[in-house]
Design a protein around this ligand. Sequence first.
Ligand code: HEC
Length: 238
Amino acid sequence: MFESKSGIFLIAGLGFFALSFVVMAVLPWMIYYKEPEQTVAMMAQKGMVPEFADLAERYPEQFKKHFGEVNYKTYAEALQLGHDVYVAEACWHCHSQFVRPVSNEDLRWGPVSHALEYQNTLQRPVLFGTRRVGPDLIREAARRPNDWHVAHFYNPLSVQPTSVMPAYSWFLDEQGYPNKKGMAIITYIQSLGSWLREYPYFEGDGPLGPAAHPEQPYGGKPVPKQVVNAPTEGSRQS
Ligand code: HEC
């Protein structure tokens, strides 16, 4: 069979297809199939991002109206709604949520993505994305303050003069405060990657600020006073 070219093509085609199927599908499945899929409630219990409480402090009246108080239940509600808005508004059309182990992507966006980060219901449907008109967002947590996001959603050109991202002014109410959708999408964006020890990670500068104290659930920041049932130490590490 090796005397003919078709024998080589057969080995190259079928053999390497089988090898890649085992390495890229069967092996990862064997490693992770016993890991339970995390629900939003489970993720919320692991650690709440301080930006959720910050929204309540910045926009107390609106926050009270939309979510009530800051606790793990309302945090989970905001995460779920934020995720649904992200899907509905097709943010995934321009943004990926996956740091690949190629092209030095980790220098720009932080640690390479890990299979376990996707074992949760907030990744259903999977939001890896297919192209990057805008930057990857899976390490977006704490890179920007909440008010930056409010300004950015209202008019991206106000903070990024060359942006081609559309304005999402319907995330704000008539007075310019984020409405329920706005608060939810900001909470969701601020949560992406917050489960990592290395968070936040800013364009190759390495871990900054809160990550200097990874042993503390709020990354060294004082636990916001509105938070009830603060998670135990270290629970936000992946
Ligand atoms: C037409 C493509 C497009 C769509 C759709 C889009 N974006 Fe963007 N986005 C961009 C581009 C380009 C940038 C980079 C320039 C900028 O910051 O505005 C960006 C930047 C961002 C940033 C800032 C990232 C950083 O830290 O620099 C966030 C957060 C973001 N987008 C969230 C969203 C969300 C949430 C949605 C859906 C509601 C969305 N985008 C929809 C193109 C898009």
